[in-house]
Design a binder for this molecule. Structure first.
Ligand SMILES: Nc1nc2c(ncn2[C@@H]2O[C@H](COP(=O)(O)OP(=O)(O)OP(=O)(O)O)[C@@H](O)[C@H]2O)c(=O)[nH]1
Length: 308
């Protein structure tokens, strides 16, 4: 290894002098309290502040998390983005924002696994910690799963974006919404029909947002895998990280044999979700990134079984 040092030719002022050169000044007299007990607590000021606030809190909190899965890898760490909020009434000036991340770190240190049950516990605890009547948290993360080539069986990791949103209200209890965005291939039926050869295709992003029945047992059913399957099994073809030529041939032919409009995707996925007894209501959206346009094709279906 070459350990020769490069000789510095300039003589620089020391670091403190450099900071002064760029505008740093000496500390002024300190007159305000440094003990927490003596500090002003503006957040907890009680007065008529005119309006209740629906949601106040923090968003874009990046944090490592642990997730379990019915597909390989069965346990994984991934990076999540959290949003934490609660409502406050018009007599409170503000919330105590440090308590959101304070609680997150406490959970993290106690081996926090992200699932519906643990988020229910988290929001309930947060409600008491904040001394408010409700709390809401939303967590979004890439969930990874193994995918094999259809002929070679060669494996790689794909991912889908997953969101869990849990609200706890001391009067009405829990509200849980789960969501997954999976990526698929769609082959245009119109293009297939009218062209002498081939058909153009798209990369489709299918987002399913679902309300599950109250007694849904996530230890019995991995809803992530179910939603992924709803998107992929209705696609022209699935997406693969590793494809050899025999795989590529199968995937290409499968897409040609299963052409889909963006409308077909949202209706077919809606049908699968409709058939799941533990799904109460759902929204399916699809956004196809066109390969023959700069724009995307979009469609959505919303359905609530309670309104039947
Ligand atoms: N309510 C409120 N807080 C803010 C805002 N902007 C920053 N802060 C936060 O105020 C925080 C102080 O947090 P608090 O939780 O109120 O601190 P505290 O009163 O010492 O905490 P407790 O001991 O839990 O009562 C800092 O973490 C800042 O991030 C804002 O717009 N509204």
């Amino acid at each position: 290894m070459n350990t020769t040092k490069v000789t510095n030719k300039k003589t620089l002022p020391n670091k403190k002098e450099r900071h002064r050169l760029f505008g740093s000044v000496e500390a002024g007299p300190r007159t305000k309290p440094v003990n927490k007990q003596e500090m002003a607590d503006l957040q907890n000021t009680k007065k008529d502040f005119m309006f209740d606030i629906d949601a106040v809190g923090i968003s874009n909190v990046k944090h490592p998390i642990q997730v379990s899965s019915s597909l390989e890898p069965k346990f994984q760490t991934t990076i999540a983005s959290f949003t934490f909020t609660s409502s406050i009434d018009k007599d409170s000036k503000g919330t105590n924002m440090s308590r959101f991340t304070e609680q997150l770190h406490e959970y993290h240190s106690a081996n926090f696994f992200i699932n519906i049950d643990s988020l229910k516990q988290f929001t309930k605890d947060l409600t008491s910690r904040l001394k408010q009547k409700d709390a809401c948290m939303e967590v979004t993360f890439p969930w990874f799963f193994e995918r094999k080539g259809p002929s070679s069986n060669l494996t790689g990791l794909n991912h889908a974006d997953v969101t869990i949103k849990v609200t706890y209200d001391i009067d009405s209890g829990y509200d849980v919404e789960v969501s997954l965005t999976g990526t698929i291939t769609t082959l245009c039926p119109c293009s297939k029909e009218i062209s002498e050869y081939s058909a153009h295709n798209q990369r489709g992003n299918v987002t399913m947002t679902v309300s599950l029945v109250e007694d849904f047992d996530e230890h019995e059913i991995d809803w992530k895998q179910v939603l992924l399957e709803a998107a992929e099994s209705n696609a022209s073809a699935r997406i693969h990280p590793v494809l050899k030529r025999p795989d590529e041939k199968l995937v290409t032919e499968h897409a040609f044999e299963n052409p889909r409009f963006v409308e077909d995707i949202v209706r077919l996925v809606a049908a699968d979700l409709y058939e799941l007894p533990y799904v109460e209501k759902f929204k399916v959206t699809c956004r196809n990134e066109e390969s023959i346009h700069l724009h995307d094709a979009i469609a959505s279906v919303t359905y609530d079984k309670n309104n039947e």
